[in-house]
Design a protein around this ligand. Structure first.
Ligand code: PMP
Length: 322
């Protein structure tokens, strides 16, 4: 395993260390100065869209590789478009700002980067207020990777349904959409599960909380289609790409029943934040042996080696920071 730089405290999503600097409205500013007025609370996040981006530290190269930077910024641009929000700065410049923010915080560690775009002034967020420029803020904080873990998740099918394209389009990565995932996450917590499997309005599997889902049956990798009520996940696309091209697996993107998951040979969740984590049980049904499946483990290892740049292929996935 690649060690973290020694002077960096390890962090989880529940416990993220504040950075020295953030970027807001065109400037790098100290963490303590990055404040909003209380009148911004409440309606303001209704129209906020964002991205969650990971960067991985490679000790041998002494390099922080930002994963899929272009793809995340393209998705952010699409979310803004659907929100009728004009970009604060163009994508190429935004790319530079993100890399500079990591350098300014002197990170030599795995990092989680969150650019937010929002209408910060003007009418309250519930009123139509689009066709103007959105403001922007970006944070970057060190975070642990889970990619060496064999932890298996105990998953329950949620009683909540996933939002749909005709109600709250899941394709838009908007903060408001996260209320849906949060209901499922809270339900999972109360019922003693680690994660939930969320069905869409048609009763088919959509995704897990904040992650996409895959199952393996007879050596075929199966995942709900992009029209199943999922966020069009960048990790999902990467997993499909390497599974087909490097592991020679058949891949099916289609409607999936919950019971297909119950009798799958292996299953796992994936996402930028969630990375690749194995599922051991769903609704009390043991998946395979209840331990990390052989193919899933192969996928996790290959994904880890690629994102950290230990495997030099797929260099277009990684943008060096320094
Ligand atoms: N679904 C939801 C609701 C998410 O928040 C995320 C995390 N961004 C994902 C799926 C996975 O998407 P990605 O692989 O692009 O991070």
């Amino acid at each position: 395993m690649v060690k973290q730089a020694e002077n960096v405290k390890r962090n989880t999503f529940e416990n993220l260390e504040p950075p020295d600097f953030v970027w807001k409205s065109g400037e790098f500013i100290p963490w303590d100065k990055a404040t909003f007025h209380i009148s911004m609370l409440g309606w303001s996040s209704i129209n906020m869209v964002f991205e969650g981006i990971r960067a991985y530290y490679n000790e041998n190269d002494d390099q922080v590789y930002v994963l899929h930077l272009n793809e995340h910024l393209n998705r952010l641009a699409e979310s803004m478009k659907m929100m009728r929000m004009h970009p604060y700065i163009e994508t190429e410049k935004l790319k530079e700002v993100i890399l500079k923010l990591i350098r300014k915080n002197k990170y030599r560690a795995d990092t989680y980067i969150m650019p937010l775009a929002y209408f910060g002034d003007g009418p309250p967020g519930f009123l139509p207020s689009g066709d103007r420029i959105g403001d922007m803020a970006i944070t970057a904080k060190p975070i642990d990777s889970l990619l060496n873990s064999d932890n298996t998740l105990n998953v329950g099918v949620s009683s909540w349904r996933r939002i749909s394209d005709d109600v709250m389009p899941p394709r838009i990565k908007s903060i408001a959409n996260y209320q849906n995932g949060r209901y499922a996450a809270e339900e999972a917590r109360i019922n003693g599960y680690d994660q939930s499997l969320i069905l869409n309005s048609r009763g088919k599997v959509a995704e897990s909380t904040y992650t996409c889902v895959f199952m393996i049956k007879n050596k075929t990798l199966i995942t709900p289609s992009v029209t199943s009520g999922i966020l069009d996940s960048i990790t999902r696309k990467s997993i499909i790409e390497i599974s087909k091209n490097e592991l020679g697996l058949n891949v099916e993107e289609r409607e999936v029943d919950r019971t297909e998951f119950y009798v799958s040979d292996e299953s796992f969740i994936c996402g930028t934040g969630g990375e690749v984590q194995f599922i051991g049980k769903i609704d009390g049904y043991t998946i395979g042996k209840g331990t990390p499946g052989i193919i899933s483990k192969e996928i996790q290892t290959l994904y880890h080696n690629l994102v950290r740049g230990l495997d030099h292929r797929y260099s277009h996935w990684r943008t060096p920071t320094y």
